[in-house]
Design a protein. Structure first.
Length: 176
């Protein structure tokens, strides 16, 4: 039997720890995994915030188009302390419409699910948390049905960064 077989069988009988090579290999694997995973963990809050901004813009545009196609006033109410908003019809903010996707109330709750840690910091439409749209898609002041004269804003944040959604007075163009 060659001498190296004798050494390996002798060594395995008395081995009680890890070799230096095994420790270096494990530390190398941990290092590579941390290089890959840590940047991804930093990206998740930004993706959640971006998704929430896209959802709010989409829902506001939907509400605006609903006003135009149905020739009626529809609006969006932002409940800042509850981190939610909902779509309503007419002047009564409690008259919530049904969501066309699931036929439940058209309410979107932030700070949970895919929007975890995303908050509504502020919503201001000529001093109101309500924006309505007339039959031409023009934004209206929340408490009255007068055309909005200043830039409307919704501010969302995730604790790291902030994104603002704007509604242009007159045209009703919604963008970020």
């Amino acid at each position: 039997m060659p001498p190296f077989f004798c050494l390996s069988s002798h060594r395995s009988r008395f081995k009680k720890g890890f070799s230096l090579m095994e420790l270096i290999l494990v530390l190398g694997i941990i290092g590579v995994l941390s290089l890959v995973l840590i940047p991804r963990m930093r990206v998740v809050p930004a993706v959640r915030l971006s998704s929430a901004v896209d959802r709010v813009i989409s829902d506001m545009r939907f509400t605006q188009r609903l006003s135009v196609t149905r020739h009626a006033i529809y609006g969006v109410f932002f409940d800042i302390p509850a981190d939610l908003y909902y779509v309503f019809e007419g002047d009564d903010t409690t008259d919530q419409i049904s969501n066309p996707h699931d036929l439940g109330p058209f309410v979107n709750q932030l700070n949970q699910g895919i929007f975890k840690n995303v908050h509504i910091d502020s919503a201001s439409f000529d001093g109101s948390q309500i924006v309505k749209f007339n039959v031409f898609g023009e934004p209206l002041m929340g408490d009255t049905n007068d055309t909005m004269v200043v830039l409307g804003e919704v501010v969302l944040s995730n604790g790291i960064s902030t994104r603002t959604i704007f509604i242009e007075p007159g045209t009703g163009h919604i963008h970020n």
